[in-house]
Design a protein around this ligand. Structure first.
Ligand code: ZN
Length: 175
């Protein structure tokens, strides 16, 4: 396993990749599992609770996630070619953050519950219901597969402010 660099919105070339629509995975094979292992390690090191492959520069429809709390046993989850089959009309507001938009947190409103299908680490088809933080996280990560960032859900003013702050922080840490 190896750590990958996480693409961030303070970098123009990174933004171009993050805006791409990720391609469906054709087969869950050892090469894909190696990517998923790298992604999980990178996500834990960040640390974060979810990561899409495009965030490490691989625009394929793969997501890793672990919603275990600190001190709890790790619960890694892997999603290949996820698809929503249902979303609730009921909405839920949560203060989101993103490893590609460092140090920015803001409230986003999304469907409170979803049903989804995906292939797991072994390539088996899984159908699941998600609510609470799981529903928030899988919708946030799915957005990445469509080239959408959580700040795209904010008002233009808030989004521009967030981008400015990320750039400023990056310059300060480079100085
Ligand atoms: Zn994100």
């Amino acid at each position: 396993m190896s750590l990958r660099r996480i693409l961030t919105v303070d970098n123009r070339a990174d933004i171009a990749v993050l805006k791409q629509v990720s391609k469906p995975v054709e087969a869950v094979d050892d090469a894909l599992r190696a990517l998923m292992d790298d992604m999980l390690e990178t996500m834990y090191a960040a640390p974060g609770i979810g990561l899409a492959a495009v965030q490490v520069g691989e625009p394929v429809r793969v997501i890793v996630m672990d919603l275990a709390r600190e001190g709890e046993e790790k619960q890694p989850r892997f999603f290949v070619n996820p698809q929503f089959t249902w979303k609730s009309e009921e909405l839920f507001v949560y203060e989101e953050g993103c490893l590609s938009v460092p140090e920015i947190y803001d409230e986003v409103e999304r469907p409170a519950k979803v049903k989804l299908t995906y292939l797991n680490y072994a390539g088996e088809k899984v159908e699941e219901d998600a609510e609470g933080l799981y529903a928030v996280c899988i919708q946030h990560e799915y957005d990445h597969l469509e080239g959408v960032l959580f700040i795209d859900h904010l008002s233009r003013l808030k989004r521009e402010r967030a981008l400015k702050k990320v750039k400023k922080d990056a310059q300060l840490s480079a100085a």
